[in-house]
Design a protein around this ligand. Structure first.
Ligand SMILES: *Cc1c(COP(=O)(O)O)cnc(C)c1O
Length: 362
């Protein structure tokens, strides 16, 4: 069976060394030494500041909204955030969970990221934020989005769950917006089993978020914010430190597979248009087929051969019932109906990749 993805497991000996340390210290969570070490090493590796590790990417989004005040009601009505329908459910459900109504606007037909040209007409007096996604790690039009946010005094929170180590114009893409979040879930390029991170633009927001993830406690006898528990534990950080030591190798293997796919897939298949100024991380390999039927047939045919393709992202989020009734967004509907992600993980061998390509080109 070739699954669409497989978690990367690093050197077990090294992990056991870290576990020995945890057993000696008996410090399992609450900003332990391994969480502190991973924080510093990630800041250095990614070239960012003000990074906060949390328990998962969804809570990273929720904490970011709260820290930036996006959830505050406006004139007695729920706040709104403008976001993309072409993403994983957590982008929009995290908003809803915080009492913020997601307002979906359509995507660019080539980059598949939120099209900034659609933002301004969706702004209302309730709008507090824009929540774009660097989808499959492809940078959004960050300058255009920043201009709109400045003009209308809106916060920007990037869902950068796919954008670990993506750079844009020579810098980390995570430096854009008021905050960017990473998911460090087991299936992501870099992971801590479960985990997430928030990268804030401003130090004071980082300080506030540190309290929010620890029940709002600011000192032993002092609770001055409404908080929650979103802390990362030491075993997760140990896994992260081990994966980080091998992440260059992980990236190389992914790039190798990515390049084979890219070079070998034929005519009818459409691929994502990449931002010119970015260095990609090869986290996903999505293809768009000429029709929904062709996509479903291909998925089924490869399924018979025990090769898993995944409709990712499907359905387009504006048609998910939990968000209420929304007008269908044609571009996102169209892409999501025809898209498939191909298997991509470091253990996949060249011959397996070539076999997949041959079956797709058949
Ligand atoms: C994985 C993912 C998330 C959620 O992250 P978790 O760590 O699984 O909570 C959010 N947004 C996007 C786009 C994702 O792919």
């Amino acid at each position: 069976m070739i699954p669409v993805t497989k978690p990367y497991l690093p050197s077990r000996e090294k992990l056991e060394d870290y576990v020995d340390g945890i057993y000696e210290r008996k410090w399992l969570t609450n900003n332990g030494p391994l969480v502190q070490e991973l924080t510093k090493r990630l800041e250095k590796y990614l070239g960012v500041e003000n990074l906060l590790l949390v328990s998962n990417g969804t809570l990273a989004l929720q904490i970011a909204y709260r820290t930036l005040g996006v959830n505050k009601v406006v004139n007695g009505k729920p706040a709104e955030a403008i976001t993309t329908p072409f993403s994983f459910i957590a982008t929009a459900s995290s908003l809803k969970w915080e009492g913020i109504n997601p307002v979906f606007v359509d995507i660019d037909p080539e980059t598949w990221c939120l099209d900034p040209n659609n933002i301004e007409s969706a702004i209302t007096p309730q709008t507090r934020a824009i929540v774009p996604v660097h989808v499959f790690g492809n940078p959004c039009d960050v300058e255009f989005i920043q201009d709109i946010a400045d003009k209308h005094d809106l916060k920007i929170i990037y869902d950068a769950a796919h954008a670990f180590d993506v750079s844009y114009k020579g810098q980390s893409i995570l430096k854009y917006g008021d905050a960017s979040i990473l998911s460090l879930h087991a299936t992501k390029l870099f992971h801590t089993i479960e985990g997430g991170a928030i990268i804030f633009k401003r130090r004071e927001d980082l300080e506030k978020a540190k309290k929010l993830i620890n029940f709002g406690i600011s000192a032993p006898d002092c609770i001055d914010e409404l908080g929650i528990n979103a802390k990362m534990g030491e075993f997760s950080a140990a896994m992260g430190l081990c994966v980080l030591d091998e992440v260059e190798k992980v990236k190389e293997k992914r790039k190798n597979i990515w390049d084979i796919y890219r070079g070998a897939l034929e005519n009818e298949i459409v691929m994502q248009k990449w931002s010119d100024s970015s260095v990609k991380n090869c986290a996903y390999f999505p293809i768009v087929l000429p029709s929904e039927k062709k996509a479903l047939d291909l998925m089924q045919n490869l399924g018979f051969k025990n090769i898993q393709l995944r409709r990712y992202f499907y359905p387009s989020l504006e048609s998910v019932e939990v968000f209420g009734k929304h007008k269908k967004l044609p571009i996102s509907q169209d892409i999501s109906s025809r898209i498939l992600c191909l298997p991509l993980y470091p253990d996949l061998s060249d011959s397996q990749v070539k076999m997949i390509v041959e079956l797709i080109n058949e």
